[in-house]
Design a protein around this ligand. Structure first.
Ligand code: FAD
Ligand code: MLT
Ligand code: ZN
Length: 461
């Protein structure tokens, strides 16, 4: 059957749409971290929803599995075709049209292959804001962001991808196109099926287009970096800022001194933004009303006065703002350059963050000599990236460290993935973090939509 399969694909997509050359396929077969490498019969790059549907039909006919891929920036190996005998990678990268932009209606309709930064730019050019923001925004695509229910640095104010999707178009595993590209803010006509696709990690179908919410642009933005002596202060400051700045508080991002040092090690020309302290909080507020900067300055002055904050710097220009953000946004890249790490995308109740980080850090350092904790993340969402650089002498594996940290997460009644998803990286741990009734409901949904198990097998389940 495979013999007839590639010619069938060649009859659907153009020459540039079918990649079978091993060298050209390589980058699609390895994940962003370079940890997982799989194999596939081909990489297929359709240009339209109709082509996607026909490719999916051909896969159904020939019994071939489909691994959807967006920008391949996922951190859970969900887009890597691992251990699959007959599979294609279905890359949406050529479907990148902005289909509609309704300025007055505050919506944008896009192909699934649109890169996030392009959507942000299109919104901005229309005087609007698409708020989702993350360090991979120059590559991550709308389809991938929806399929992982991406979070990022603006969830505090605008919610994760789930809150931003109004309408969806998807191709089901049998090749049928479901058109739910509506721009409605209220719609209770039956099951909200699109939400099933949000966070589905490519296991239910291929997302081909979406209608997304836009927001008013902030006319003023105030950004500050604050040094803290301990994690309890981070929580106290977050509470104070919420009281002082209300809904204008858009980001509250934490990182440790070790995260800062690692960046200095990989970019020694950069200058430390504040004198050395154990923790830093990057804060941003945005508003269309005047007085924002003064409000942030006053809140920080009070935090310094009450010795909640140790030091603080406020951005005086957009260049300074970008420079402050870089200390938060380039942690993951520095971590990748430093070497192998065990990733943990943990969420716990907000008030448990200090206790969780302290306990997990002590446990990792006591159990794995040479392991280095890099703790950072979206503190306002209770989401800590408790990443651990593996000991350079190879004395501990990622799996051993995951088991220890996730055991502590379970005791805190937290989640083993707040935003990156289960994918293949965390698949074997899902069953010990969800009840049997939850797992059987998930399996029932998967079986109802994809009875032959053709969509992204090995991811999630
Ligand atoms: P891919 O990696 O290509 O795919 C991810 C998953 O979605 C896979 O399971 C894939 O099969 C599926 N998929 C992709 N496209 C489709 C489609 N069209 N239809 C159906 N399924 C599809 N994530 C966060 O949430 N918050 C962060 O702050 C954050 N920061 C990051 C920073 C860096 C430096 C990096 C490298 C990653 C970061 N991520 C973050 C992870 C990643 O960017 C997100 O998970 C993102 O949503 C993945 O989008 P993608 O297009 O690259 O998807
Ligand atoms: C981030 O928030 O920068 C990424 O989600 C984190 C990671 O590298 O784990
Ligand atoms: Zn994150």
């Amino acid at each position: 059957m495979t013999d007839a399969f590639l010619p069938a694909l060649a009859g659907i997509v153009d020459d540039a749409g079918l990649v079978t050359d091993r060298a050209r396929m390589a980058s699609y077969l390895t994940d962003w971290r370079g940890v997982f490498t799989g194999d596939a019969l081909a990489v297929v790059r359709p240009r339209t929803t109709d082509e996607v549907a026909r490719v999916v039909q051909a896969c159904a006919h020939h019994g071939v599995a489909i691994v959807p891929q967006g920008g391949n920036t996922g951190l859970a190996a969900g887009a890597t075709p691992l251990g699959l005998e007959r599979a294609i990678v279905l890359a949406l990268e050529r479907m990148r049209a902005i289909r509609t932009l309704d300025r007055e209606g505050f919506t944008i309709g896009v192909d699934a292959g649109c890169v996030l930064a392009d959507v942000q730019r299109a919104a901005e050019e229309a005087g609007r804001l698409f708020p989702l923001a993350l360090a991979a925004e120059g590559s991550a695509q709308i389809g991938g962001l929806i399929a992982t229910n991406a979070g990022g640095t603006a969830v505090l104010r605008y919610g994760s991808m789930r809150a931003l999707v109004l309408g969806l178009e998807a191709v089901l595993p049998d090749g049928r196109v479901v058109d739910g590209l509506r721009a409605l803010r209220k719609d209770n006509a039956g099951y909200d099926w699109k939400q099933l696709f949000v966070g589905s990690e490519g296991t239910l179908g291929v997302i081909t287009a979406a209608v997304l919410r836009l927001f008013p642009r902030n006319r003023a933005t105030a950004t500050a970096l604050v040094a803290l002596d301990d994690l309890d202060a981070a929580l106290a400051l977050f509470g104070m800022l919420q009281d002082a700045l209300g809904e204008t508080l858009a980001a509250c991002e934490l990182f440790s001194e070790r995260c800062l040092e690692l960046q200095l090690a990989h970019a020694p020309q950069r200058e430390r933004p504040l004198p050395r302290h154990p923790w830093y909080l990057l804060i941003e507020a945005g508003s269309s009303l005047p007085g924002l900067r003064d409000a942030l300055e006053a809140a920080l002055a009070e935090a310094l006065e009450r010795e909640i904050a140790a030091e603080a710097v406020l951005a005086e220009s957009s260049a300074q703002r970008d420079a402050l953000w870089l200390w938060r946004e380039s942690i993951t890249e520095s971590e990748r350059r430093e070497g192998a790490s065990a990733k943990h995308d943990v969420s716990v109740a907000l008030s448990s963050i200090p206790a969780f980080v302290r306990e997990a850090t002590s446990a990792v350092e006591a159990s794995f000599a040479g392991a280095r904790v890099l703790a950072f993340g979206h503190v306002g969402d209770g989401n800590v990236h408790f990443n651990v650089l593996l000991p350079p002498d190879g004395s501990a594996s990622s799996e051993e460290i995951n088991a220890l940290v996730h055991g502590i997460v379970r005791r805190f009644r937290g989640s083993i993935t707040a935003e990156h998803g289960i994918g293949r990286y965390r698949r074997d741990e899902l069953s010990s973090h969800r009840s049997e009734s939850e797992l059987s409901l998930m399996r029932a949904i998967k079986t109802a939509v994809d009875p032959d198990g053709r969509m992204n097998p090995g991811a999630l389940f």
